[in-house]
Write a protein that binds this ligand. Structure first.
Ligand SMILES: *[C@@H]1O[C@H](CO)[C@@H](O)[C@H](O)[C@H]1NC(C)=O
Ligand SMILES: *[C@@H]1O[C@H](CO)[C@@H](O)[C@H](O)[C@H]1NC(C)=O
Ligand SMILES: *[C@@H]1O[C@H](CO)[C@@H](O)[C@H](O)[C@H]1NC(C)=O
Length: 169
């Protein structure tokens, strides 16, 4: 009997641990808040040559954001490391204090083919020290790229609203 009890306890606690460590509900709620700052309109991604659909529609509070469309986590720590929201019908001003900045492990961010209404590119993008790929192509951002962003890291691809691609090393 005892070995089964231990097995049950083990399974119970490892499950408990997994649910606490899964990406942190904290990151998931940052993503939900980010999603909620936009409206979803098909017109925002009209010129997307690829499959265009509202990826954030699959984002549901109370579920693990590592399984959401467009979200990639690392397997070890369940940190959100990549976000591909290109062609996702996001429409509206891009908040300079967006909760996206609460995801410090982000390495790749694709916001291409949305309509951010000519918002300024927030200089806070420069806070992502791990970011090496940022795609703002056809996202209707203002054209000026803050220097904090263009000097982001040692190895950096920036696809700015003007289509430039920057690589540094
Ligand atoms: C777009 O920005 C203008 C000001 O530049 C504002 O008046 C308008 O409400 C914004 N539209 C949306 C959909 O946020
Ligand atoms: C961002 O700023 C706006 C206006 O300054 C405020 O209403 C909003 O609550 C802020 N959002 C966050 C996530 O801090
Ligand atoms: C930017 O993202 C768009 C949409 O995903 C993609 O088609 C394009 O190839 C990307 N650009 C680069 C240079 O990676």
């Amino acid at each position: 009997m005892a070995p089964y009890l231990f097995l049950c306890l083990f399974l119970f606690f490892s499950h408990l641990y997994a649910s606490f460590s899964s990406s942190g509900s904290h990151s998931c709620s940052s993503l939900i808040q980010f999603k909620n700052s936009f409206s979803i309109t098909e017109q925002a991604s009209l010129f997307c040559g690829f499959k265009s659909y509202p990826k954030t529609n699959s984002w549901k509070e109370g579920t693990d954001c590592c399984s959401w469309d467009g979200v990639t986590c690392d397997h070890l720590n369940a940190h959100v490391i990549a976000l591909d929201l290109s062609c996702s019908w996001l429409s509206g001003n891009f908040p300079s204090n967006t909760t996206l900045f609460l995801l410090p492990h982000l390495q790749k961010l694709n916001l291409a083919y949305n309509d951010f209404n000519h918002s300024k590119i927030p200089s806070e993008f420069g806070r992502f020290t791990s970011l090496f790929y940022l795609n703002l192509s056809d996202a209707r951002f203002a054209e000026e790229v803050p220097s904090q962003v263009s000097h982001l890291s040692n190895w950096f691809h920036l696809i700015s609203p003007l289509g430039f691609m920057t690589m540094r090393n």
